[in-house]
Ligand binder design. Structure first.
Ligand SMILES: [Zn+2]
Length: 59
């Protein structure tokens, strides 16, 4: 089954999911936080985290 990775950024104090409304880094297909600009490969403040889901189930 397909695994979906959801990214969260906690730059505002608590983790907020990065959604399709946030920009996407084109080459890596990585989400970029529209609030602080962090992405999974450029995360100097270590605010990003992720969870993997298979369907609706958290792995
Ligand atoms: Zn952020």
């Amino acid at each position: 089954m397909e695994i979906i990775r959801k990214w969260y950024c906690s730059c505002r104090g608590k983790p907020a999911e990065l959604t399709s409304e946030d920009p996407l880094e084109e080459e890596q297909g990585e989400p970029i936080c529209s609030r602080c600009g962090a992405s999974p490969s450029s995360d100097p403040k270590k605010t990003l985290s992720f969870k993997d889901f298979s369907g609706d189930e958290e792995l």
